[in-house]
Write a protein that binds this ligand. Structure first.
Ligand SMILES: Cc1cc2nc3c(=O)[nH]c(=O)nc-3n(C[C@H](O)[C@H](O)[C@H](O)COP(=O)(O)OP(=O)(O)OC[C@H]3O[C@@H](n4cnc5c(N)ncnc54)[C@H](O)[C@@H]3O)c2cc1C
Length: 429
């Protein structure tokens, strides 16, 4: 074959900065998976991208985006089909969320909080042990939550951070649920509660503590508490560096009565999930994979002189720009590759190697997104970081990823280092 023939046989397609992040054929996705992911991408590209700057500027919750997500059936993405949802598995959800994150980080991150209430109570809970009576009770209860979401577009959030060691998984949650007739009385405080004041239900992690008992992580409850229940208040302001549209204010619970049917998981099942299904904590990463892609897409478009709203000045001919784009592309491919592998092997009882890979994927996504956004700003230059363009927002949003508990970048490093060097129960004492 001549050199000319060879170059003809591997012609590259046109550069399309809005092509699927994970090509369905190359990544062996089914038609159904590709369809769900495409609907998220199309919504992100055609509607959410243009709204993102306003939500960010005003630190305003993306209410309109949630109406669109409901219309598209995406609020029920992980709800089993028999309950009226799209029946997406963990991987399909993650890929769809990355596509949303590419266009609006705050929408993707808050959508993750919402979807987790259905993913954890749905496909994830199906993998866990429950006796037949508990399983039947769970099935009846989750149907109530799912119906609200599918029929009326109810939005759930996921406040578990408290400012202490609980969100890192170290100790029992300080928010307590005291058993009473018909349910529980909940008292406590949640910080950084994304969707505070905007969700219809707060998916609260708390500790069931009966009279005379000591709080234990084993007794963690996961309750979907109606936002307008008496005793709940949203306090404090919200003016952060990035992810401003998440509106992550503080939630207070003062003697809030919660009926038994509010349980999103049966007693003891959250603890079992945290032990046996650790990839449940990787669900914050898709947003940041999307942001990494968004920074890269921006750079290619900008250097080609094709960024809407900017003069058609090309900057691609400088070798330094080409090297920087090459570095970004390599980092992006590395990050996407480990992440795709980790979301593919998510499931119950992963091997130690898979768990270490999940930590590494989380670290790579959270730190990688910001590294790529940093390179994008340096490479594109001053005009590219003006607030009229999305890059500086991507940069600020991406900085927040490594702070998300329980798998912050620091904790991932801690765990990888320790678990790679010690077997369970080994010590040097
Ligand atoms: C935009 C945004 C949205 C958020 N949305 C939500 C939400 O919807 N729901 C929710 O529950 N939380 C949410 N969070 C909170 C987030 O998950 C963390 O809980 C929060 O950022 C922790 O802040 P902190 O200052 O209390 O951290 P600290 O607990 O003070 O920790 C500071 C750092 O120390 C390290 N660290 C913490 N504990 C340990 C430990 N045991 N061992 C070693 N190192 C440790 C970690 O690296 C951590 O980043 C959100 C945060 C942000 C920034």
């Amino acid at each position: 074959m001549t050199a000319q023939q060879a170059s003809k046989s591997v012609t590259l397609d046109r550069i399309d900065p809005d092509a699927p992040m994970f090509d369905p054929k190359a990544f062996r996705l089914s038609k159904e998976q590709a369809g769900i992911i495409a609907s998220a991408r199309e919504l992100g590209q055609s509607v959410f991208a243009a709204r993102a700057a306003g939500y960010d500027r005003d630190a305003k919750f993306p209410t309109e985006n949630y109406q669109d997500l409901h219309q598209a059936g995406l609020l029920g993405i992980a709800i089993p089909k028999k309950h009226g949802g799209l029946g997406a598995d963990y991987k399909t959800y993650s890929l769809a969320a990355a596509e949303i994150g590419r266009y609006c980080g705050a929408t993707a991150l808050t959508w993750n909080m919402h979807v987790c209430s259905t993913l954890w109570s749905g496909p994830l809970a199906d993998d866990l042990d429950m006796d037949a009576t508990t399983r039947a009770e769970h099935e009846r209860r989750r149907a109530v939550h799912y119906k609200r979401i599918v029929d009326t577009g109810a939005v759930y959030s996921q406040p578990f951070s408290e400012g202490g060691a609980a969100a890192a998984g170290g100790v029992a949650f300080g928010t307590e649920a005291k058993p009473v007739k018909g349910g529980w009385i909940v008292n406590g405080k949640k910080i950084f509660a994304s969707l505070a004041g905007h969700a219809d239900y707060y998916g609260v992690l708390c500790t069931e503590v009966a009279a005379g008992e000591r709080p234990s992580r084993r007794n963690t409850l996961y309750l979907g508490i109606e936002a307008k229940t008496s005793g709940i208040s949203v306090v404090g302001d919200w003016d952060p560096l990035g992810m401003r549209g998440t509106v992550s204010r503080t939630l207070l619970f003062k003697d809030v009565f919660v009926p038994h049917d509010a349980a999103l998981m049966p007693r003891g099942v959250y603890f079992q999930a945290a032990m046996r299904w650790p990839h449940m904590f990787l669900t914050l990463s898709p947003t940041y994979i999307g942001l990494a892609q968004g920074a890269y897409d921006f750079t290619v478009r900008y250097l080609r002189g094709e960024m809407p709203g900017t003069p058609p000045v090309k900057r691609r001919m400088y070798p330094t720009k080409q090297i920087a784009v090459a570095q970004m592309q390599i980092k992006l491919e590395q990050t996407k590759a480990i992440w795709f592998q980790a979301i593919t092997e998510a499931g119950a009882n992963p091997t130690k190697e898979q768990v270490l890979r999940a930590y590494a994927a989380q670290y790579s996504a959270m730190e990688g997104a910001n590294e790529i956004a940093t390179l994008a700003i340096r490479t594109c230059g001053g005009q590219a970081m003006l607030k009229s363009l999305p890059l500086e927002r991507i940069y600020r949003d991406s900085r927040c990823g490594s702070l998300m508990l329980p798998w912050t970048a620091e904790l991932c490093l801690d765990r990888i280092g320790r678990e790679a060097l010690y077997e369970t129960s080994e010590s040097d004492d």
